[in-house]
Ligand binder design. Sequence first.
Ligand code: AMP
Ligand code: GLY
Length: 451
Amino acid sequence: MAEKVNVLLIGGGGREHAIARKLRESRRLGDLWITHPENAGLAKLGKPVDVPVSIREIYRLEQFCDKNKVGLVVIGPEDPLCEGYADKLKAPGRLVFGPTAEAARLEGDKAWSKQLMRSASIPTGDARIFTDFRAAKDYLASRESPPALDRRSQGLIAKSRDAHAEFPPVIKAAGLAKGKGVIVPHTFKEAHEALERMMVKKEFGDAGKRVVIEERLEGTEVSVLAIVDGGNILVLPACRDHKRLQDADKGPNTGGMGAYCPAENIDEETLRHVEREILVPTIDALRRDGIEYKGVLYAGIMLTPAGPKVLEFNCRFGDPECQPLMARLKSDLIDLLCGACEGTLDRVDVEWDPRAASCVVMAARGYPDAPKKGAVIHGIDDAEKTPDVAVSIAGATRDRDGAIVVSGGRVLSVTGLGATVLDASRRAYDAVAKISFEGAQFRSDIGIAAR
Ligand code: AMP
Ligand code: GLY
C-alpha cells in the first residue's frame, strides 16, 4: 500500500479544479485541503482551510499545514508563487510543488527574464527595457521613422528598419498584470498609447513601472510546458492556447479561451530543439545565479521562420492548458509532483493517453473588461455525463439557494478527449451545448482547424 499524502492545493481557478480532480484519482491521496471553497467545483473535492490565506499571515497557513500533517503543497497560480508562498511553506516533511519567489521572477519580472535570456543566448525577440517614459517614447519614435538618409545610403539597414516600421513593437508591462500587461499594437499610435497607459496613467500599477519594448515576432504560437525537479526536465506534450476572445483570433486578449493538446504545429524534433536550446539553458542560467528551479516551467514560444523564440516564461501550469494536460495524464499526479519536489523525476514513469484533448472556455458577459456576475448556470451535471468530458469550474459559485451562479470572468472550461484534436473538440462542444447561462461567451473554433 502506497503511503498516503495530505495535500494542500492553493488557487481557485479552472486549472486548480482540473488538478484537484486528478489528485482525487491518486491512490496516494489522504486529505485534500483547498483555499478557494467559493469555487463550486473545488468545494466538492476538497475541505476548506480554516485560516486566512495571505502572505502577510503566512504563518497561519504554516501552522495549519503542521497541524494537519500536510505532506505536499501544490501552488497553482503565479501570484502566490511570486509572493514567496513556496519559500515559506516548505518545511521538513513537507514538499512544495512550485518555484521559489526568486525562480518565479522568470514570470513575475519580464525585464529580469529578458536579461537572463540574453545572458544565456536563449532565442527571444530583441528588446529594450525602460523605466523612464521620455526615453521609452523617444526609442519608440526612432523605430517608426528611420532617417531618410539611411534609406538612400545604406540600403540593407534601411530595409530591415522599414520592416520594423511596418509592425510596431510589442509593449509589455514588466510585472504581473493578470495576463493583460502585453499589448500587440497595430499602429505606432496604439503603441504610444500603450506606453502612456503603462508609464504615465499607471493603469497596471507597479507592474508598469518598467516596460519592455520588444520586437514583434511573426509565426504560430505553441505552449511548451515542462516539469522541472532542479536537474531533470520532463517536457509535457505541447499545447496550443487561444488568447483572443473571438473566433479567428479576433477581439481582445484574455486569460485564455481554449487550448488543445497535442499541438499540431510542432514536431518531435522541434520540441527537442526547444528543450535543448531554451529549457535546459534557462535552468542552467538560473543555477549559475544560485537559483534552483522546481515546478512547472512554461515557455510561450513563437515558431518563427528563424526558429522557435521565447515570447514569455510562466512559472506554473497554463490555464487552460492544464485542463487538456490533466485529461491526458494517465500516471499518478502525486507521484509526479512529489518526484519533481524530491529531484527524482527521472525515476517517475509518465504515461499519456494517446488520444487528444481539447478545452473550450465559457466566459461571462462583458469578459474580459467588465464581467457580469450573478447569472444562473444550467446543465453542468448533464454536460459532465457526456462520455470523455470533464467540466472544470473557474468563476462559478453556489448561491444561498444552492444554484450555481457566475462569479468571475472565465466561468467554466469544458474538456473533451477524442482520437484527434477535431474529435476531442467536437466532444467538448457537444457538452458546451448542454450548458447555458445568460450572456455566455465562448469561441466556436477551438481545435476545429487542427488535424
Ligand atoms: P504574453 O502574456 O507575454 O504571453 O503575451 C500575450 C500574447 O501576446 C502572446 O501569446 C502573443 O500572442 C503576443 N505576443 C507577446 N510578445 C509578442 C511578440 N514579441 N511578438 C508578437 N506577439 C507577441
Ligand atoms: N493560458 C495562458 C496562461 O495561463 O498564461
